[in-house]
Write a protein that binds this ligand. Structure first.
Ligand SMILES: C[S@@+](CC[C@H](N)C(=O)[O-])C[C@H]1O[C@@H](n2cnc3c(N)ncnc32)[C@H](O)[C@@H]1O
Length: 287
């Protein structure tokens, strides 16, 4: 078991403070089941896999899964032939990723280590692709997000691809209406602050309200990717509006209807007016 203080030592030159709130949140929640437990998670997983497949070079290739959590994407990519290196700052996730990798001994994750997106231990120009599916929405200062994006840029080879996830500025507002929370003043305050600043905080003990995060406007997410040096390829909606509707749960259970749901999301995935409606968005950058 890793012992972890609240800092992660990186490249022997800088210690980045990893947020106590975020660490505590992930130690108390079941992140390892998030993408499989319910339909919302399953749609996010299926769509993210679809988009990753579209933009990654064919295997074999080296993929760094930074903020890889308990390893859902790393395990899948290792299974289809990639050399995957997973990094995450949460000790529990590292343990879970190791267990998950051990379950597929023929295709293990190549390395699993405690670390932080702001300073990677990988050499410059050493990776074909970098996934940042988590770090950017947990780094609440723009300067810190740029550090993470520039690290991704540094480790990529020329022509390499980055797939980065953001959470929409409007996600908590939409969730608020979806869950009928108008009478809940704490919830309303959180949403109001999210809309004004993008900085999401959870002042309660209720883990449903997530933890420290930055909620991006889609165009702002794109600009940060460009500011870090990437050629921005596209920003795409992961689930589009599907997460807001109960009906999608029954559609998802039926294979034909599931295919129709995915097809419809795909049709609107790049529409600027849909991006803000999708709880998750993915920006694709190329070095
Ligand atoms: C919601 S989870 C997503 C995990 C997985 N990538 C996925 O998409 O299912 C967000 C992940 O980002 C990680 N994370 C947060 N801040 C980070 C940072 N500064 N550097 C690297 N990872 C970070 C968390 O530990 C967590 O595993």
């Amino acid at each position: 078991m890793y012992t972890q203080r609240d800092t992660v030592s990186l490249r022997n030159k800088k210690l980045y403070q990893f947020s106590d709130e975020i660490l505590s949140f992930y130690r108390q929640t079941e992140e390892s089941k998030r993408l499989t437990n319910d339909v919302r998670g399953q749609i996010e997983f299926a769509r993210t896999q679809e988009i990753i497949t579209r933009y990654l070079p064919n295997p074999p290739a080296i993929v760094l899964d930074i903020g890889g959590g308990s390893g859902p994407y790393a395990c899948w990519l290792a299974k289809v032939g990639y050399e995957v290196h997973l990094v995450d700052p949460v000790d529990l996730h590292i343990e879970q990723a190791k267990e998950a990798s051990n379950q597929q001994p023929e295709h293990p994750i190549a390395s699993i280590s405690l670390g932080d997106a702001r300073a990677l231990r990988f050499s410059s120009v050493s990776a074909d692709a970098v996934l940042l599916l988590g770090p950017l929405y947990h780094l609440v200062d723009k300067s810190e997000r740029l550090l993470a994006l520039k690290e991704a840029y540094r480790v990529l080879r020329k022509g390499g691809v980055m797939v980065a996830a953001g959470i929409s500025r409007f996600a908590s507002l939409l969730d608020f209406f979806c869950k009928d929370r108008l009478g809940d003043s704490v919830s309303r305050d959180i949403v109001q602050s999210d809309l004004e600043t993008g900085y999401h905080q959870n002042p309660t003990e209720n883990l449903e309200f997530f933890t420290d995060a930055y909620l991006h406007r889609p165009e702002e997410f794109r600009s940060e990717v460009i500011e870090a040096g990437f050629q921005h390829q596209v920003t795409l909606a992961v689930q589009g509006p599907t997460w807001l509707f109960r009906s999608v749960e029954s559609y998802w259970a039926n294979p034909d209807q599931r295919a129709a749901v995915l097809d419809l999301i795909r049709k609107v995935e790049a529409e600027p007016s849909i991006l803000g409606m999708s709880s998750h968005i993915l920006a694709i950058g190329m070095k």
